[in-house]
Design a protein around this ligand. Sequence first.
Ligand code: HDE
Length: 760
Amino acid sequence: VQATVAGMPFNANKAGEHGAANGVAPQPGQTVTPPSRLVTGSTLSEAGTNAKVGTQAAEGVNAAIASLDRVRVDSGGQALTTNQGVRIADNQNSLKAGTRGPVLLEDFILRDKLTHFDHERIPERIVHARGSAAHGFFEAYGPLDELTVAAPFKEAGKRTPVFVRFSTVAGERGSKDTARDVRGFAVKFYTEEGNWDLVGNNMPVFFIQDAMKFPDLVHAVKPEPHNGMPQAGSAHDTFWDFVSLMPESTHMLMWAMSDRAIPRSYATMQGFGVHSYRLVNASGESVFVKFHWNPKFGTHSLTWDEAVKISGADPDYHRRDLWERIEGGAFPEWELGIQVFTEDEAAKFSFDILDATKLVPEELVPVRPVGRMVLNRNPDNFFAETEQVAFCTANIIPGLDFSNDPLLAGRIHSYVDTQISRLGGPNFHEIPINSPLAPVHNNQRDGMHRQAIHRGRVSYEPNSLGGGCPFQAGAAEQGFTSVAARLKGREDQAKVRAKPELFAEHYNQARLFYDSQSPVEQAHIAAAFRFELSKVTVPAIRERMLASLRNASKALAEKVALGLNMPLPEAMPLAINRAPRPEVKVSPALSLLARPGDGSIAGRKVVLLAADGANGESLLAVHAALFAQGAVPRIAAPRIGPVHTADGVELQADVSLENEPGFLFDALVLPDGEAAVNALRREGHTYEFIRDQYRHCKSILALGTGLQLLQAAGVGTAMASGEPDPGIVVSDDAAAGAAAFILAMGKHRHFERETDPPVV
Ligand code: HDE
């Protein structure tokens, strides 16, 4: 029996966990017995020996997941116990001296429970506190031997288990998902040669060039320290004060003010490694590389008004979307692409590849697809997996190496360091979600919460008492060796606190980004600057920001100045005398429209309005057509439960007009049927559904008399051509209407309808 979430089957990879079994009383013996036996001389990570057979897991059979089985606990059919395994007879009452007497100190059962509870919380991440994660696999398209010996790329079809965590940056752990913010995109590859963490973002550049400035940036964007406001937002004085004094942030500001900062879904955003890394082949030769994740479902974002409304109605919007896509089988998928260039090529670029505020235009160095990543299993326990996972940029494997990017250098230190306080000591690599599939053998010992029980008396190297083990692995045994990179580049080798010359050029790529956007995207960027700066209370900050922005694009700065009702100030002086000429003036790949996806509507949520007296047949036909395309249709009526249709078709509303507002859906269907239309016309919610869908440029299908609802809401032909506006389908025929509607949804949005300010 298959249960459904949002009308779709549950994830087959978790068979038995949901569905019919759900309501059935647990049977004794249903527990998953953790295989507790440790292989002699091995570490915890080696416990499930079947996890060691490599990474050729079939889809859904993830070697990292199998190894986690040793710690999975299922209490079905089990008695309640203390942490010492003592069975508890009474979990309701503390031990007292008489029913009305004092509670006794000896109540070890009460104290066991409360003490653990008192310590349930750990410090949240200082940045990227709010996140959601999933398991999956990376599959290589083919060997990359000429470039790298890195384990995931060894042969075509090879699968490496991954755990991926997406996040916002500024907000606290309980903050909303749809804040205007950068998104973290952190991938842990559990390879047989150790863990590789590719800790990236959904934007390919960063605000600052040197790790020295990171605490300043974060202090500026976080809630202001005196009053703790605003939560999860950059629209406040301290952020704009800082960035307006840091012209190097201008390029990143363009990205952060674009719709990239309000993605529709984690599944519809790109990911980037940001820094230049190195790939290293068997001969020790290396090239530079930039990593790109491109979503199969295309790049799609929210509109600002929508994001603001969603924040209130469903702060878990992205978390829920990721969860439901995976449970429903519309698995998020990305293609991994690499941009590869040599040191000599890099030396000729008009920008410095060690500068994280610069990208390498795809027109200059094409992106080569090398594999795909599929996320197909949700975590079992949010805390144990999503919260305790510790990504560290220092985690690389043979075949990879770092560049000298000074931002990256700081990160290599920072990620390990932060886990020590966040996860309470140096043994966080032993937490199951962090422990590698590759065996761990070294002479590190002790520390808080040590899990492994090391045998023998040798904990040093060299030794003879332990037979010299564990021994140093040479290159032939996949020992990690650093690239003997030349320190000589464009700069001399003196020990200095300074930046390379090209780091002083701050505006070429900000301009490139803005000039590469479609008119709609440019309008959104201008509106975002206007919004954010209008929240700044100190006029001098607004002025300084515009003075800087003017250097990137006078047209943009003028638009923002107009929106802020202020004159355009003089341009800020440049930090470089003669800016180098960029190779590329426009890069179409930088527009969100460059990656529309495959036109599929899989995973999109569609709301079908209904009320008593609706034509049930046509609604069901549209429902079936959407479902067949992998979309998630939901029926919404004034109240949940049965809808009494005019034609006797059985319909159940699982959403009420009140409990899920219309802006939570990607598209809207209005029903046929006089009585239903009249009932819906009496509901203020109906107009909100229609107007929000219209305003957010989403597709609307009006079946038969449903057209009257559009007219009553005053939308549908706002463009005054007499024809329905783009993305609005009016049809008496359910099959034809559904087909046209599905095509319209494939376009995601119909920005032709958008006006600033909005007309509805
Ligand atoms: Fe991070 N960053 N970061 N960062 N970062 C953290 O590590 C840091 C930077 C990124 O889902 C912290 O475990 C410094 C760039 C992601 O768990 C911390 C600098 C990029 C995540 C930290 C940067 C990122 C983090 C906080 C400048 C994109 C979340 C908790 C030198 C390439 C990972 C933690 C997850 C998290 C430090 C800049 C991405 C404090 C010092 C650039 C996706 O260590």
